[in-house]
Design a protein around this ligand. Structure first.
Ligand code: NAD
Length: 511
């Protein structure tokens, strides 16, 4: 099922366009591209104009079972493969991703609506960097020696879990393949990954590169499909030892329930409602710029987005004037145009959900300071665009509590540090957070007291493969990236050896 991709609407840069016009759209199971057993397909739409890009094979429960069986078969040999060899394959994959940067960037932008500028300079390089980081780590996964009582040697080893199921959302599909596959494979696990039904294309391209890199058949299986069928089967499959999931809190709950049959491990990266606090002593230019990036990058479709802008009342008006000015100047356009700074939202249903929040804000007495609608521009009318939206609201309003997941920021004012902290910690989420201040003591105090898995001081949204990423509360549990991720993808075993211990018999009889 090799399908022609149509690149609609915008001029495509010259290099590698021929690669973009052909790609494999089948399931990747046991090293082969195959159709779904019952032949079903999913339409993949271009969010910039609503037109069909291509159809992909849709995995259902039966296909997931076949993929899990292939992974199980591949597991013993992969787990025994020297760690340095596993690392070499991951490094090779990183190289191939860099060699295919342009094609991957175009696919990601076409499928998700990411501005091509960002796909080229962020998504693809970060994907390669993450695979490279975990490639380098594969032969550094060490246990420890524990100083126990005299005469005994006690050491730990870190063993792979086995078959890992990975369920990926639509907001950063390419990058998330590396966040999930990198540590899982480095640690010796085998994987069945289900990309989002909305944005499977870059992951299918990664499948091609995995084959080209020389990974043994069955070590990685990619099965795009719907959540309630393929995703559900992966979550409840008795032979899957762990599920790593990124997506909504409600689906996270479903996965925890589905996992209870075999008590599989679950790692959850869920939603967020990131507080981005600007204190009265902040460098305003930097804070305005950072706050705009925090919410408008990828059209706000990021779990760590700085979607609550918490402003000290002394600087709020001045800040907002500059912030609104910057937001107004953001260039919306076709994602494949290198001048575009904000593309469309990734799906029509999601665009409608985001727009509905502007009405919800007003119904609760909130004030829309900017946007809240789709752009009027004729050239954008068929795409899923939303104008940068800035809303002022009360701390308990729905737009200050619920994840909107769009270019939609809720402004809340505060009087003093205690109030700022209460606002920041006043949601059920706890993922990303940020603060802008020149007061060192306050910065570290807030970093300690803020309820979040990540805190950025005088910046926002920094990520690095070495730095643990994840949340608390309804933002989930477990961590991606860094050594923490390796811990999440291994079982620790404690081994006791009697090397020289004179242990008296536990049961003394007949004396
Ligand atoms: P979702 O949770 O429904 O989907 C995410 C992934 O889970 C997809 O691959 C989907 O197919 C799969 N899935 C859905 N139902 C499933 C089930 N019962 N069992 C197993 N897998 C299942 O998220 P969505 O509908 O794509 O987006 C809804 C909201 O989720 C967004 O508005 C946003 O708030 C949040 N979200 C968060 C992130 C994040 O990075 N934390 C990413 C995407 C979406």
């Amino acid at each position: 099922m090799n399908t022609q991709l149509r690149v609609d609407g915008a001029a495509v840069p010259e290099q590698k366009t021929s690669d973009l016009t052909k790609m494999n759209t089948q399931l990747f199971i046991n090293g082969q591209f195959v159709d779904a057993k019952n032949g079903t397909t999913i339409d993949v739409l271009n969010p910039a104009n609503g037109e069909l890009i291509t159809k992909i094979a849709a995995a259902e429960a039966e296909d997931v079972d076949i993929a899990v069986a292939a992974a199980q078969k591949a597991f013993p040999a992969w787990a025994e493969t020297p760690a340095a060899e596993r690392g070499r394959l991951l490094l090779k994959l990183a190289d191939l991703i860099e060699e295919n940067l342009e094609e991957l960037a175009q696919l990601e932008s076409l499928d998700t609506g990411h501005p091509i500028k960002d796909s080229r300079r962020l998504d693809v390089p970060r994907t390669a960097a993450c695979f490279r980081y975990f490639g380098g780590m594969a032969d550094k996964i060490e246990g420890s020696v524990i100083p126990v009582e005299q005469g005994f040697l006690n050491y730990t080893t870190r063993e792979p879990i086995g078959v890992v199921g990975q369920i990926v959302p639509w907001n950063f599909p390419l990058m998330f393949t590396s966040w999930k596959l990198g540590p899982a494979l480095a640690a010796g696990n085998v994987v069945v990954m289900k990309p989002s039904e909305i944005t499977p294309l870059s992951t299918l391209k990664i499948a091609e590169l995995i084959k080209k890199a020389g990974f043994p058949d069955g070590v990685v299986n990619i099965v795009p499909g719907y959540g309630h069928t393929a995703g559900q089967r992966l979550a409840d499959h008795p032979e899957v030892g762990k599920i790593s999931f990124t997506g909504s809190t409600q689906t996270g709950r479903n996965i925890v329930n589905a996992s209870s049959g075999n008590l599989k491990r679950v790692q959850l990266e869920l939603g967020g409602k990131g507080a981005n606090i600007v204190f009265e002593d902040a460098n305003l230019e930097a804070a305005v710029n950072g706050a705009a990036w925090a919410i408008f990058h990828n059209q706000g479709q990021a779990c760590i987005a700085g979607s609550r802008l918490v402003l000290h009342e002394k600087i709020a008006d001045q800040f907002l004037e500059k912030f609104i000015g910057l937001a107004k100047s953001i260039r919306l356009g076709n994602p494949l145009d290198p001048n575009t700074e904000m593309g469309p939202l990734t799906s029509e249903a999601h665009r409608d959900k985001v727009l509905a929040y502007a009405k919800i804000a007003e119904e609760q007495g909130g004030k829309v300071l900017l946007g809240g609608t789709a752009p009027q521009d004729e050239s954008l009318k068929n795409g899923y665009y939303v104008l940068p939206t800035i809303v002022e609201a009360k701390v308990d309003d729905r737009v200050a509590q619920e994840e909107v997941f769009g270019p939609f920021v809720t402004v809340i004012r505060f009087k003093d540090d205690a109030e700022a902290l209460a606002i920041a910690n006043g949601t059920e989420y706890g993922l990303g957070s940020g603060l802008w201040t020149n007061n060192l003591q306050r910065a570290h105090l807030f970093a300690k007291k803020i309820k979040a898995g990540m805190c950025w001081i005088n910046s926002y949204k920094r990520v690095n493969p070495g730095s643990p990423f994840g949340g608390v509360g309804k933002s989930g549990y477990g961590r991606e990236m860094g050594f923490e991720a390796i811990h999440d993808y291994t079982e620790v075993k404690s081994v006791w050896v009697n090397v020289d211990a004179q242990v008296p018999p536990h049961f003394q009889r007949g004396e």
